[in-house]
Design a protein around this ligand. Structure first.
Ligand code: SF4
Length: 741
């Protein structure tokens, strides 16, 4: 029997290791899905340090989605009301490159936009950056990560001088207090939660605080659930800070030696006395005091957050307010402690490393920084000044650009904006106005394929090799072990081919994905995310590696024998015997040297601004959106897995019994939910799990899966001024029982 293939689950940022075996393993019956099609078998990889053999329903069923509804051939049409016709790759790529040339000549490079995805491998991200930002000369590359974690990026950069989560999953096993805010970890990052929950159950002193307007599965097992009103996160965080300061939990030595701007912060939190905060947040003063006590008395405090914090018009301020608590109590740079953002997409971290947002360049560089631009220009062999100093269009700016007629070509890859963008009707109207849309995707149809002029079939996970980085900065090689269906090609291969057709032949000639990776890591040399010591070969033989991993300082488990130099394969490694450099890579800032000019972390002094669209007389309820266990984003994959589809009848709206009684709706009765932008219809689920005056709708159902039940038909695009991440988490709505208009 052959060894299973070691790879990574390509759904979420937890980044669980998988062992994958072919449908037919000798001595066992052939593994088949419900339709009888043989499918590969996926199990948790016990040797993967991040997940230690655990896997959730998404990872366990990933192979069932690989063969269904695949886009097999390039297709084209002249206008959106025509049917697609099958064309050759040559014709499709010729059309795309001709159109790019025309738009560049007539409208300029900034009329070209690419919207990519945290589902990309890092290699795909890198080649896309090189083409768009380097050789085409526009920074108009953004990714769906903008909707997911860009507030965490901005918060880390502003507080620490560089992006990068400082913690690791081993911290889950040793923390004394876990502070979970804006994250339903049990459903959305289940394997992280399982690990934390195991530690929580085994050690009575370990406290779990969950901050969420809903009593989620995460909140159900918390020692303290703070069901705050939506939009009051900064009130709560500043209120906890006030209590930590006045109850004697300030680490004044850490603050004096390693931070700046504490005085300004201390002045701001004077306005957040317990009675004021408790009233604003809708919680008791006792609970607020308990939260501060749990934090203050614990030796090691780990905070975690995801979309509930990031998807906010004050997302960066919220992230920095969490970090403030760590700085004032010295809870960073040691086991079990620190601020730990959980990424949504499997390779949103790789995107950050490769420069995959419209203000970034590879190696955690910024397009605004002249030295950073010069370094990348020199590396790519460009003329000085060829990279634009202006940040490109964000995901939402691409929508407004199409409304204004400023976009001549939109290239969307591996994402589904016709479900995931805010203000969906406006998004769809803008997509209809795009004069030329290229859609590069593994599946067909999706909600977005209806807006494409050219469809390019992409190879997906298992069909093209590449690397992904998970939330704890751990890079895993995802090898190819299946042949792409039809004519599908790897994303980076498509980008490189278009680049060569545009005349950039030499810079885009690569000898495979390992070659792309080898070039990319050179751009991380000397940067906070230095991964020059990581190669595809090393990952293959040694297993996943965290960065920083510096070439020359960290060559891995190499042994010299009479036959030459060998590396120990991962299954022979003893995790207790990590080299000094591998141990050092587990946590950032253990030396308290931050990436700011003076090496000190920065406090932020932020007052709460609340929701961008607060409830009022006309729209009296706050709608909050979120995810469910099993489903992934817009269901492009999970909607095609029988077991996951059967978990839910469809979308629904959670409403508190008091509100249900007030509007006269019964369990299962239909509600029309209206916002200033649109309307959607859901059956009511009456529950005390949600606070009064707030309702909850899952965001997974687009037009392909449910009729007029799109959560984002209601949401608005008002964004955080620093991260430009839209406030997808909350908007004001009316609730109208169907038949009572
Ligand atoms: Fe995949 Fe995330 Fe589930 Fe792990 S927790 S198996 S990475 S979906």
């Amino acid at each position: 029997m052959t060894n299973p293939i070691k790879t990574l689950c390509p759904y979420c940022g937890v980044g669980c290791g998988l062992d994958v075996s072919p449908p037919a393993v000798s001595g066992k019956p052939i593994n088949r899905d419900k339709q009888g099609t043989p499918v590969w078998q996926a199990r948790g990889d016990r040797a993967h340090p991040s997940s230690q053999g655990m896997v959730c329903v998404k990872g366990a069923t990933i192979t069932e989605a690989l063969h269904k509804d695949r886009l097999l051939h390039p297709m084209m049409r002249e206008s959106l009301d025509e049917p697609f016709r099958r064309v050759s790759w040559d014709e499709a790529l010729g059309r795309v490159s001709d159109r790019i040339q025309t738009v560049r000549t007539t409208q300029g490079a900034d009329a070209i936009c690419m919207y990519g995805s945290g589902q990309f491998n890092t290699e795909d991200y890198y080649v896309a950056q090189k083409l768009m930002k380097g050789f085409l000369g526009t920074n108009n590359f953004d990714a769906n990560s903008r909707l997911c974690m860009s507030s965490a990026v901005a918060g880390y950069v502003q507080s620490f001088g560089a992006d990068g989560p400082p913690c690791c999953y081993d911290d889950l096993d040793v923390t004394d207090c876990a502070f979970l805010i804006g994250t339903n970890t049990a459903e959305c990052h289940p394997i992280v939660f399982n690990r934390l929950r195991k530690h929580h159950k085994q050690h009575k002193h370990v406290k779990l605080i969950v901050v969420d307007p809903r009593k989620t599965q995460t909140a159900e097992v918390a020692d303290l659930h703070l069901a705050i009103k939506p939009g009051t996160d900064i009130d709560l965080l500043n209120g906890i800070a006030y209590l930590l300061l006045y109850r004697g939990y300030l680490d004044s030595v850490f603050v004096a030696k390693h931070t700046n701007h504490f005085t300004a912060f201390a002045e701001v939190i004077e306005d957040y006395k317990p009675d004021v905060v408790a009233k604003r947040c809708g919680i008791s003063i006792e609970d607020l005091e308990t939260a501060a006590q749990y934090w203050g008395k614990s030796k090691r405090v780990l905070s975690m957050w995801s979309m509930g914090i990031n998807q906010s018009s004050e997302g960066t301020a919220k992230v920095r307010s969490i970090i403030n608590l760590h700085l004032m109590t010295g809870q960073i740079g040691k086991p079990g402690a620190g601020p730990f953002s959980l990424t949504g997409q499997p390779n949103a971290m790789g995107g950050r490393e490769a420069g995959g947002l419209s203000h970034l360049l590879p190696g955690y560089r910024s397009v605004k920084n002249p030295q950073h631009r010069a370094e990348v220009e020199q590396f790519w062999g460009l003329e000085p000044g060829q990279i634009s100093p202006a940040p490109g269009r964000t995901a939402w700016d691409m929508i407004t650009g199409m409304e204004e007629g400023a976009v001549g070509l939109l290239w969307i890859a591996a994402t589904n904006p016709a479900v995931s963008m805010p203000d969906l009707e406006r998004t769809k109207r803008a997509l209809l106005r795009s004069p030329f849309t290229v859609y590069q995707e593994a599946y067909y149809p999706t909600e977005t394929s209806a807006y494409a002029h050219v469809l390019l079939p992409a190879a997906q996970w298992s069909e093209a090799p590449g690397t992904m980085t998970n939330s704890e900065r751990r890079v895993t090689l995802c090898p190819q072990f299946r042949t792409p269906p039809g004519e599908a090609r790897a994303d980076w291969v498509i980008f490189a081919e278009v680049a060569r057709r545009l005349g950039f032949s030499k810079p885009f000639t690569f000898n495979g994905a390992a070659d792309v990776h080898a070039e990319f890591v050179q751009l991380t040399r000397g940067r906070p995310c230095d991964m020059t010591g990581i190669t595809h070969d090393r990952l293959r033989y040694e297993g996943p590696l965290q960065w920083p991993c510096v070439q020359g300082e960290d060559e891995g488990n190499i042994v010299q024998t009479e036959k030459g130099r060998f590396r120990f394969p991962s299954f022979m490694r003893n995790p207790q015997k990590l080299s000094a450099s591998r141990l050092a890579a587990k946590r950032l800032y253990t030396d308290y040297q931050f990436h700011t000019p003076d090496g000190r972390a920065r406090f932020a002094a932020h007052h709460s601004r609340g929701l961008a669209e607060p409830p009022d007389d006309r729209y009296p309820y706050v709608l909050t959106t979120g995810r469910l266990y099993g489903h992934w984003h817009t269901q492009t994959r999970t909607g095609r897995v029988d077991k996951i589809r059967q978990m839910y009848d469809g979308p629904f709206i959670e409403i508190h019994p008091r509100d249900a009684a007030a509007i006269g709706i019964k369990e299962g009765g239909w509600l029309d939910v209206r916002s200033r932008r649109g309307i959607a219809r859901f059956p009511a689920k009456i529950t005390t799990a949600i606070v009064p005056q707030t309702v909850f709708v899952p965001m997974h159902w687009g037009a392909l899966w449910a009729n007029k039940a799109e959560a984002n038909a209601l949401t608005h695009p008002e964004a955080c001024p620093d991260s430009l991440q839209p406030e997808l988490k909350a908007c004001a709505v009316q609730l109208i029982p169907v038949g009572f208009e």
